[in-house]
Design a protein around this ligand. Structure first.
Ligand code: ARG
Length: 586
């Protein structure tokens, strides 16, 4: 099933060719949803954009197009406005047929992509033995949503966790591990090191205090890099411990990821340096090997270097990302690589992308995109902290969201005089709490900072997860009240669109596929949230206030039930692409 815009596009292309010849067959007719309903439903700006090329007045072009457009089955007669916009208003009968085909389609009109890409989404990516912080939480939530949308469009998505599991800090950690758990390396398979962040801090204190310890730590790095078995074992123990801690968060958030940490690319690093050298890109600067960048200069206007091998021979974050690009293109066959990190890494990525291109690791047909996001702030507008001023543990943050959701729910149950089982309360609290955190993040334009507020995200009012979940449950309750079997309705009943609010809701529902394609392109999940809230939920509410459903006469009653069902299914599918499950009751 083609989306409405695609169908309109086809008709416009035919008219363009008929009037101006086949040169214009590939021109985008520039059809967008109208900015204001008084201009109809869609608007085309094509006449303005080709006026110069054709050497004609835009209004004259628009007129010729309108005269030749064959749209009678889709639209009322098009009108020309202002300098030459073509306004289109869809016919109710057309909307009805569109809705009827949607009804039988579990994808709700979101067709699969024409060309399936192999996409890598590099997201979450916390660092071993360090705190997984709110920045990683944002990356996890946004990356998962992007991956879900691409998967739904049929792309082959590799979800990669580029864990920071390598670096000189492991010398210190292993040396400390040997001190505190002298038997760990010979006996235990699973070692409970306890809180790794505390462990890291204690190791750091030892490192800073004791010259002797520092020397041992340095030797450990050398041994680890040389592949000494017991050093690798110690490193593995540390990674395992972190992994278990990360997994708790991923389970809570329902996130699937394949771990491929920095250490994976370790054996490939020397070759990266050789490649850069062969391409003549490598320069020595104060003992370090680097590539001088184009378009990045210091205060004096000199090109900045990207260091790829330090003077002590060690490699760094950039070298690893270069190796990762090469591997992902050559071995994974990636055609699009998406990196979800805080905006602070934008420079890093544009530099690495540039060097990768110049080194030939990145052919033109591979797209690399950095998807940056802003900071998570507390309600005081500062970095998010606990009341005592410590960094917040993600587990605590999520637990608190669930606890608060539970309190809200218990209060509501009391007010409504309802009794529910413990399982019900647990499940609703968990879904609402976790979804609230996810939705609060996704509904923001990701490039801006966002203020983390439990009160706001858990509110039943406004653009929040509880509101969306409630909207869904409310539609479902209509079905329960009327004892409706929606699946059997879907079989052969038809929608009838008469009331203005029915038409508006139908148009909203029919936009889902355009919205998804938009997010697939520009990777802005907030557009999907905005659509579900502003379009679907609000239009549904207006419809429901104005049009009785269960009390309506047939055939209107069935038609309105169809609208209810499609609303619920749109919300459910849309929310699932955000990583949010729905609740039939709450
Ligand atoms: N570990 C990094 C951090 O915590 C994020 C890694 C992002 N991915 C990458 N390929 N560089 O900031």
């Amino acid at each position: 099933m083609n989306s409405i815009i695609e169908q309109l596009n086809n008709r416009f292309s035919e008219a363009l060719v008929a009037v101006f010849g086949s040169d214009l067959a590939e021109v985008d007719p520039l059809i967008f949803p109208a900015s204001n309903p008084k201009f109809g439903d869609y608007q085309s700006n094509i006449a303005l954009s080709i006026a110069k090329q054709l050497g004609q007045q835009p209004r004259a072009i628009a007129q010729q197009l309108v005269d030749n457009l064959k749209l009678a089955d889709l639209c009322e007669n098009p009108t020309i406005a202002g300098p030459g916009f073509i306004n289109l208003t869809l016919k109710p009968a057309y909307l009805e047929t569109q809705l009827n085909s949607l009804q039988k389609d579990f994808r709700l009109g979101v067709e699969k992509a024409k060309h399936f890409q192999r996409v890598i989404v590099d997201f979450s990516s916390p660092n071993i033995a360090k705190e997984m912080h709110v920045g990683h939480l944002r990356s996890t939530i946004i990356g998962d949503c992007i991956a879900r949308i691409l998967e739904f469009r049929g792309h082959e998505v590799l979800r990669l966790n580029h864990v920071g599991d390598w670096g000189t800090q492991f010398g210190m950690l292993i040396a400390y591990l040997r001190e505190v758990f002298p038997d760990a390396l010979t006996t235990a398979d699973v070692l409970d090191i306890g809180d790794l962040v505390t462990f890291y801090k204690q190791a750091k204190i030892r490192f800073d205090e004791d010259e002797n310890f520092r020397e041992i730590a340095r030797q450990e790095v050398v041994k680890l890099q040389a592949g000494a078995e017991d050093s690798r074992h110690a490193w593995q123990l540390l990674c395992d411990q972190s992994r278990r801690e990360f997994q708790v968060i991923y389970d809570l958030l329902d996130i699937k990821l394949t771990e491929r940490g920095e250490s994976f690319y370790n054996p490939l690093l020397p070759e990266v340096i050789e490649d850069l050298d062969k391409q003549g890109l490598l320069k020595e600067d104060a003992g370090a090997k680097c590539v001088f960048l184009e378009g990045f200069t210091n205060k004096e206007g000199q090109p900045l270097p990207l260091i790829v091998q330090k003077s002590d021979g060690g490699y760094n974050y950039a070298t690893t990302d270069l190796a990762a690009i090469k591997y992902r293109v050559q071995q994974d066959g990636a055609e699009r690589i998406i990196y979800v990190t805080d905006a602070g890494q934008s420079h890093h990525f544009s530099q690495v992308f540039q060097v990768a291109k110049r080194a030939g690791f990145l052919p033109d047909n591979v797209e690399v995109v950095h998807v940056p996001f802003g900071l998570v702030l507390g309600e005081d507008g500062r970095k998010l902290k606990t009341r005592s001023g410590d960094t917040i543990k993600l587990k605590d943050l999520l637990d608190e969201a669930v606890d608060r959701a539970r309190k809200d729910l218990e209060q509501r149950l009391e007010q409504e005089n309802r009794r529910e089982s413990k399982e019900f309360i647990d499940r609703v609290a968990r879904v609402v709490g976790i979804s609230a955190v996810k939705y609060a993040d996704l509904s923001q334009n990701r490039t801006s900072n966002y203020i983390f507020s439990y009160d706001k995200m858990l509110s039943l009012q406004g653009n929040t997860a509880p509101y969306m979940l409630y909207a869904y449950a409310r539609v479902k309750s209509i079905g329960r009240e009327g004892n409706i079997d929606f699946e059997s309705i879907a079989e052969d009943s038809k929608a009838i669109l008469e009331h203005e609010t029915e038409l508006a809701l139908a148009k909203a529902i029919l936009q889902l596929s355009e919205v998804i394609k938009h997010v697939e392109r520009d990777l802005m999940p907030n557009r999907l949230c905005e659509y579900l809230y502003e379009e679907v939920s609000k239009k549904f509410n207006r419809f429901y206030e104005n049009c009785p459903v269960l009390k309506a006469e047939e055939p209107l009653r069935t038609s309105r039930l169809i609208l209810c069902d499609l609303t619920a299914r749109t919300l459910k599918l849309g929310l699932s692409l955000l990583g949010i499950p729905v609740l039939e009751r709450m």
